[in-house]
Design a protein around this ligand. Structure first.
Ligand code: PLP
Length: 440
């Protein structure tokens, strides 16, 4: 048996693969790059030509337990001998166990769970729940640089997409300036600003929204929008705003959930429980799995409100049960906290040497490094960031990249939480080598 899968797919030529590439409709994030992956293992992947790369993107920040975890592969392989696809009305052991265990570990009273296969669809589900519970209200509030997916509804609550060709079909959202202390929109110092941005949000609610808003839809740490961790106390302020205005708080924990921040959920780490949470990515252990958790006192979905043909896909359910076990047994959130602290400390040491490193943000293995041309003016080093990624890849490390708004100057280190100490050293070595090269 080989990675080329010829045993199953039959023989094929290079031309067949090229023709396949040309036939693809596009729309993906890197559809123009014809690189072919042959295999993955834990924190690395290998091209068809044999080159191995340490993956600091965990493939869309999803492979928290690493790629092809043997326990997940074993459980899924066993499951698919008996069940491949079942309609959402049926129970399966995996689905029922996952529902119990997810609601056991969920923060606060988020005791109701739903499933689908994509984060964007989970977020649509979260939006539906919010709409159901605030009937008649029209507007969501969402932060300027939030990212919540690429379905029509979630594109609206995301930062304004450049050249958005679907604009005429977008839902109602009022975007607000969130806390971004490195580049404070209000030109204040976080030490004594008194959360001016939150006061502004209150003003916005009073004066810019028609009627009462449904709620605030946000990531508890902005991932795609620049890796922005909010300052201590900010999310508690946001919770308070929601309570004061009788709005729902919806956390998109699709990136932050399941250990990446050094806690099972961002909600645990920051001590703020939303009314509705969406989750996805890591929980599938490499298989598509996402959904919502909501407060048990909220009105839930009615029949057919949020049902999709493959939503309760048995292989994904089995993968989810085992992934959760692995996260807990291998104490991966704690590992993310420990390794994240180490990487961050090493990056701070490099920051003393290289002006290119403007800001270093965490926590855990949710690390973003904002590159600047000048520490004082903070001019974003956009081209340098592109080159950073290319040079990293040449050296066998794939770094992530925030291409948000017009900035795109944040390098991301968000590997699988199982990344080894030796791989961490290599990543740091390459990071410094490339930083030095771009600083020369
Ligand atoms: C915070 C967040 N929400 C939602 C999504 C959308 O998830 P999906 O791509 O699975 O639809 C993403 C994907 O990157 C994400 O990072």
């Amino acid at each position: 048996m080989g990675q080329d899968m010829r045993e199953f797919f039959g023989d094929y030529s290079e031309e067949d693969l090229l023709a396949g590439h040309e036939a693809f409709a596009g729309g993906g994030v890197s559809a123009t790059v014809p690189v072919i992956l042959a295999s993955q293992q834990a924190s690395t992947f290998t091209y068809l030509d044999g080159r191995e790369v340490i993956d600091c993107t965990a493939q869309n920040w999803s492979l928290a337990i690493g790629a092809c975890h043997p326990k997940v592969i074993a459980a899924v392989s066993e499951q698919i001998k008996y069940l491949t696809h079942v309609r959402t009305g049926f129970g399966t052991v995996a689905k029922l166990l996952l529902s119990k265990r997810l609601t056991d570990i969920a923060p606060g009273n988020l005791k109701k769970v739903s499933y689908c296969l994509h984060g964007s669809v989970a977020n649509e589900g979260a939006m539906k729940l919010a709409v159901l519970n605030k009937p008649g209200r029209k507007f969501f509030l969402a932060p300027w640089l939030g990212y919540s997916g690429r379905t029509l509804a979630t594109m609206a609550i995301t930062y304004p997409h450049p050249n958005n060709r679907f604009l005429h079909f977008m839902g109602n959202v009022v975007r607000f300036p969130h806390a971004y202390c490195y580049r404070c929109y209000f030109d204040r110092n976080p030490k004594d600003c008194g959360f001016e941005c939150v006061s502004f949000l209150r003003e916005l609610i009073e004066h810019s929204v028609d009627g009462e808003p449904i709620g605030i839809f946000m990531e508890p740490l902005q991932g795609s929008g620049g890796m922005i961790e909010y300052p201590e106390g900010y999310l508690r302020e946001i919770r308070k705003v929601c309570d004061d205005y009788d709005m729902l708080l919806i956390f998109d924990e699709i990136q932050t959930g399941f250990g990446r921040l050094g806690a099972m959920f961002a909600s645990d780490l920051y001590g703020v429980v939303p009314d509705i949470m969406s989750y996805g990515k890591a929980i599938g252990g490499g298989f598509p799995l996402a959904g919502t958790l909501h407060r048990d006192t909220l009105e839930g979905y009615g029949p057919g409100d949020h049902s999709f043909t493959f939503a309760h896909f048995p292989p994904s359910m089995a993968a989810g049960v085992v992934t959760l076990q692995i996260l807990q047994e291998e104490q991966l959130p704690q590992r993310a906290a420990r390794i994240g602290r180490y990487i961050t400390q090493r990056l701070h040491e490099m920051q003393d040497k290289y002006d290119l490193i403007g800001d270093i943000r965490g926590p855990g293995l949710m690390i973003g490094i904002e590159l600047v041309r000048d520490r004082k003016t903070k001019e974003p080093a956009i081209e340098e960031t592109d080159r950073f990624l290319d040079e990293g890849l040449k050296r066998g490390v794939l770094f992530g990249h925030s291409r948000y708004m017009s900035m795109g100057n944040v390098v991301k280190i968000k590997p699988p939480l199982v990344i080894t100490e030796a791989q961490v050293e290599r990543v740091l070595e390459v990071f410094e080598e490339v930083t030095a090269l771009l600083s020369a």
